[in-house]
Structure formats: structure tokens, C-alpha cells
Design a protein. Structure first.
Length: 368
């Protein structure tokens, strides 16, 4: 039996944070950094005066009080309406308001900050579907998916409906720790026998270890089990090197535990680091090997952007030794990415605005 195993960072299926639409990388990063700072400040049990001033500054900067659906802000603070359990009071002119943080700490108000999302253009949604359809994997690890219902709707309405392909009979996703709705799910043509989640594991100071999760999906294959460890490690944006390393070390432990249950284990997903980085080296030290390692694969080394450079290699299928020995073919589906000076995209991918994702899909055929 030959099965195709794949991983694809979809960059969301239907809805994406509005900040991601900014063309300038520095502008996007500024929003994400400010959002992370605001969330961190809001989680403080007691707000010092300096905290209150900075919260108010960020609320004003992003119009985080404005719920206008015609012109939504990049960041929005969703708080209860009326009563005393509010974060701030807004007074003054509509276009230049004064924000006074009235809550004394996290326990004194109800609500949260969120990155405002916008609907993706249908062309983008369809191009994402084209990538998935062209790869036609038997087991596909999906990275950056809004939630389980979005994955199910994409499977049924885009793959099975608009594109006329056979939908996957098994879909699953466990909501993770990232408030942006970029979770790790799976599409499978084989039964999902069991699921294990690690989203509740903590690091120092009680913070979650995994930025999203490291879900373990057990796929039933004619009497044997394939364990897929789905990952989306901490991004390099805004630092995070030490956290990414801690996550990789724990994934290495989880991999070892899975190997005790079956010889067929794959660490799949977006590791957000290159093969020579310490986090990836921690995983390779377990004996797992990347399917893009020669001589199995001889194409361009990267999976992100143009894919020319090894530094653009951030998506992985790391197979256990016995599983790697059964790999017969490896390839990368790049046509959903817009890189006109490097390779030919789908005819419906005509710009960065219409690309399915800036990640390519990586897949491997395995004879079991």
C-alpha cells in the first residue's frame, strides 16, 4: 500500500487577520509586536500606572475601541458593554478620543484583545483548494487553520463542492493556544484512531509551552498505526528563539514516546527554522530524518517564498528511520505561491494578493 503524507501551511482558509494584508513586512511586524505587547499587559494581575498609560496608547493607536464593520481596526478590544467590568472609558472627540484605563487589573474587567479578521477573497480560497487537490495526499497536516468547522467546510464546500474533488472522510482539529485562530489540523483518507493534545503543558511562570499545540494524530493503516505529530513552532517574529527551542525539545520527547507505540512516526508542519538551527537539530538528534534530505529529494531546498535558499526551508516531514526507509518519492507543490521570477504559478495565482500561501506544500509517497 502506498500512501502520500503531506504538510501545508495554508495561512488560513477563509478568514485572515487584517494586519496580514499590509504589504510592508515592517508594518505587519509592528502590528504583531504591538498586539503581543497589549495582550501581555492585559494579562497582568495588577495594572501599574505605566501599564495603564501604555494600554491607553495602544488602544488609541489602533482605534481598538472602534467596532465599525465598514472600517474595522487592526486590533480590537472586545469588552463587556455597560457596568463596571470594563477595561477603559472613552471620552472626548470621536476622531481624537481620550482613553482612561479604569480597570485595576486582569480580574477587574471582562473581555480580550484580538486581531481583527477579514474575509479572504474567493480566488485565494480556491487557490488554497487547488494546492490541496493537486497534492492529493492521503494524510495532510494543515497548519494555520481557523478552527475545526472551517476545516470541515473547506473540505466539503471547496474541495468537494467548488473543485469537484472527493472530500476527505476524516477531518480533525483541536483548537490551540494562539488567539489569532491559526491551529493545526488534519485531513485523512484513513481513519483517525486516536488523538493526543499537549496544549495544556506549561513552561515557567505558568505560560503555555506550545504557541499552538503539538497534537498527535494516530492514523489507522490496515492494522498498523501511523503517528503524525503536528507542529507550528514559535515564529521568529518578535524573537522567541528560546521558546522555539524549548518547544522542539519537548517535541523530541513526544516523538520518542510515539516511537515506543509504532515504528511509523512523522513530525510534520512548520518548524519556523532552518535545518542547521538548534531547534531542528534537537529533533534530528532523535534519529528522525527530513524527507527532503538527499538522495530522496534533489530539488530546491526551501519550502517558503522562492524556495531557493536553505534558509527558506521551514516546513518539514521528519520521519522515523523505518518510515524513511519506505519513502519512494518526495516533491514540493509550489504553484500556489507567487514567485514569477522563479517558477510558474497556477494561472489563477496572479499576485501576492491571490496566492494560496507563501508556503509550498511538501509531500512524500511511502510504501507500507
Amino acid at each position: 500500500m502506498t500512501i502520500r503524507i503531506a504538510t501545508f501551511n495554508t495561512e488560513n482558509l477563509f478568514r485572515r487577520p487584517k494586519a496580514f494584508e499590509l504589504e510592508n513586512d515592517a508594518d505587519r511586524q509592528e502590528v504583531l509586536n504591538d498586539y503581543a505587547e497589549l495582550v501581555s499587559l492585559l494579562e497582568q494581575p495588577v495594572y501599574q500606572e505605566a501599564d495603564k498609560e501604555r494600554i491607553a496608547e495602544l488602544v488609541v493607536k489602533y482605534r481598538a475601541y472602534d467596532s465599525d464593520p465598514q472600517n474595522p481596526p487592526l486590533i480590537y478590544v472586545n469588552q463587556t458593554r455597560g457596568g463596571s467590568a470594563q477595561l477603559f472609558r472613552k471620552t472626548g472627540d470621536k476622531d481624537s478620543p481620550t482613553i482612561e484605563v479604569t480597570a485595576k487589573g486582569r480580574g477587574k474587567w471582562s473581555g480580550w484583545a484580538e486581531l481583527t479578521r477579514t474575509e479572504l477573497d474567493w480566488t485565494v480560497v480556491r487557490n488554497t483548494g487547488r494546492v490541496v487537490a493537486e497534492v492529493n495526499a492521503d494524510v495532510l497536516l494543515t497548519v494555520e487553520v481557523e478552527d475545526r468547522l472551517a476545516l470541515a467546510r473547506f473540505n466539503e464546500q471547496v474541495l468537494g463542492g467548488a473543485l469537484g474533488k472527493q472530500p476527505y472522510p476524516y477531518t480533525m482539529l483541536i483548537d490551540g493556544n494562539d488567539p489569532r485562530g491559526i491551529d493545526v489540523g488534519i485531513l485523512s483518507r484513513h481513519p483517525i484512531r486516536s488523538i493526543r493534545s499537549h496544549l495544556s503543558e506549561l513552561r515557567s511562570k505558568g505560560h503555555p509551552l506550545f504557541s499552538r499545540d503539538c497534537p498527535e494524530y494516530e492514523i489507522a493503516l490496515d492494522g498498523t498505526s501511523l503517528w503524525v505529530l503536528g507542529n507550528h513552532l514559535k515564529s521568529k517574529r518578535g524573537g522567541g528563539a528560546s521558546l522555539r527551542l524549548a518547544q522542539a525539545r519537548r517535541v523530541a520527547e513526544i516523538y520518542g514516546e510515539a516511537l515506543d507505540r509504532s515504528p511509523y512516526v512523522v513530525v510534520a508542519g512548520d518548524l519556523n527554522d532552518s535545518p542547521d538551527s538548534e531547534p531542528v537539530e534537537q529533533l534530528l538528534a532523535t534519529g528522525a530524518r527530513d524527507v527532503m534530505s538527499p538522495p530522496v529529494y534533489t530539488g530546491d531546498p526551501g519550502t517558503y517564498g522562492t524556495g531557493h535558499s536553505l534558509n527558506q526551508k521551514i516546513d518539514y516531514l521528519l520521519c522515523s528511520p523505518e518510515l524513511l526507509g519506505l519513502v519512494r518519492h518526495v516533491d514540493v507543490e509550489r504553484r500556489g505561491v507567487w514567485a514569477p521570477r522563479t517558477f510558474k504559478s497556477f494561472d489563477t495565482v496572479t499576485s501576492k494578493a491571490t496566492e494560496a500561501s507563501d508556503h509550498a506544500a511538501l509531500y512524500a509517497d511511502v510504501d507500507l
